[in-house]
Design a protein. Structure first.
Length: 346
């Protein structure tokens, strides 16, 4: 019998009502996440990429239980989290942790680093007595911070160091899954590279799985085994990093690839950029068909009328597009980018 994936999300929806006050009543619903499906195996990384407002951070918060889904399910290790008792859900939370985008606002300024790291250890009963301090020292070593950092406060550290503290706090509970919500977007480019290398090393050493959320496809690709592209609350394309860069079939994915910086100046001059027209539709009143149809350069009438399902185009590739079966050269671009996780170039 095949073991279930570590994480499985099925038809997940998060709809938030807009209140108009007592006198005006309800004024609409924001469909932040609108029918998302994916699986994540233990020790692997799924990158979730899309522009601001597409619902990717809301999806990440729903996975770890910080948001309550409107419908659909989140299954961890074969167990539906919504059907678990309160005590069981508390135990499940230890198995899933989150690294936030802003390392300063996510840390308690009145607690020392040692107190911050010790709190979840004691809360979940993972160590007792001297074992707590020993575990704190171990966590600081894992993220390359000196032992002396234990008695200092968050404001005494740089942004990159604070993010290392946030990573150490996420690992304190010995989780199986960590949701990384744009963990490097607030950092300088040189510091971003250090944090990305740290995350990859920790995964190799600890076997933790990542749901890595970001808006820069090149950055997400560096750590991801598979990438899911999200637009207006829906996944429009999903595939292995190398497959996605070489064989992207959705027009939105191709536009993202064309915007990814290329370190080679010669290739940067040669490539063709895809400039999207218009703005994304409102999640309050999304279109009935494909959410990208209004901005797609190859949309046909069916795209505006019917929502395309996410269909497979190979063992590691799925696309939600009525024209995905046509030639990949439909929108030719030079899809070069950052080195893939396996060391190959796109």
């Amino acid at each position: 019998m095949t073991a279930p994936p570590l994480l499985e999300v099925a038809d997940l929806r998060l709809h938030f009502p807009l209140g108009g006050g007592f006198a005006f009543g309800r004024r609409g619903t924001v469909k932040a996440v609108d029918g998302v499906d994916f699986r994540l195996e233990a020790g692997r990384t799924l990158g979730l990429v899309g522009e601001s407002g597409c619902g990717k951070s809301t999806l990440g918060r729903a996975v770890v239980g910080l948001e309550t889904p409107t419908s659909g399910s989140v299954t961890l290790g074969g167990r539906n989290l919504a059907a678990r008792s309160r005590a069981e859900r508390d135990a499940d939370r230890r198995r899933m942790q989150m690294i936030f985008q802003d390392p300063f606002s996510s840390l308690n300024p009145r607690m020392t680093v040692g107190q911050t790291l010790a709190e979840p250890i004691r809360l979940h009963g993972l160590r007792e007595g001297p074992g707590v301090a020993a575990r704190v020292r171990e966590l600081l070593g894992l993220v390359d911070l000196p032992e002396g950092a234990r008695d200092r406060y968050p404001h005494e550290f740089s942004g990159g160091q604070r993010q290392r503290i946030g990573i150490a706090r996420a690992l304190a509970c010995e989780p199986e899954l960590v949701v990384c919500d744009e963990p490097v977007s607030a950092l300088d480019v040189s510091i971003q590279a250090q944090i990305m290398r740290l995350l990859k090393r920790l995964q190799d050493e600890l076997g933790v799985a990542y749901l890595f959320i970001g808006h820069e496809l090149g950055v997400v690709r560096q750590v991801s085994d598979e990438i899911a592209v999200m637009y207006l609350g829906q996944i429009v394309e999903r595939g292995a990093g190398r497959t996605l860069f070489r064989e992207a079939r959705h027009a939105y994915t191709r536009a993202l690839i064309s915007a990814a910086p290329i370190p080679d100046p010669r290739l940067e001059r040669l490539r063709r950029r895809i400039i999207l027209k218009g703005d994304p539709p409102s999640p309050i009143d999304p279109p009935s068909g494909c959410p990208f149809a209004g901005r797609c350069p190859v949309a046909i009438p069916r795209c505006h009328a019917e929502r395309p399902p996410l269909e497979r185009f190979g063992p590691d590739h799925a696309v939600a597009c009525w024209r995905a079966g046509e030639t990949p050269e439909l929108l030719p671009i030079l899809a070069q980018g950052a080195p893939a996780r396996d060391g190959t170039s796109g």
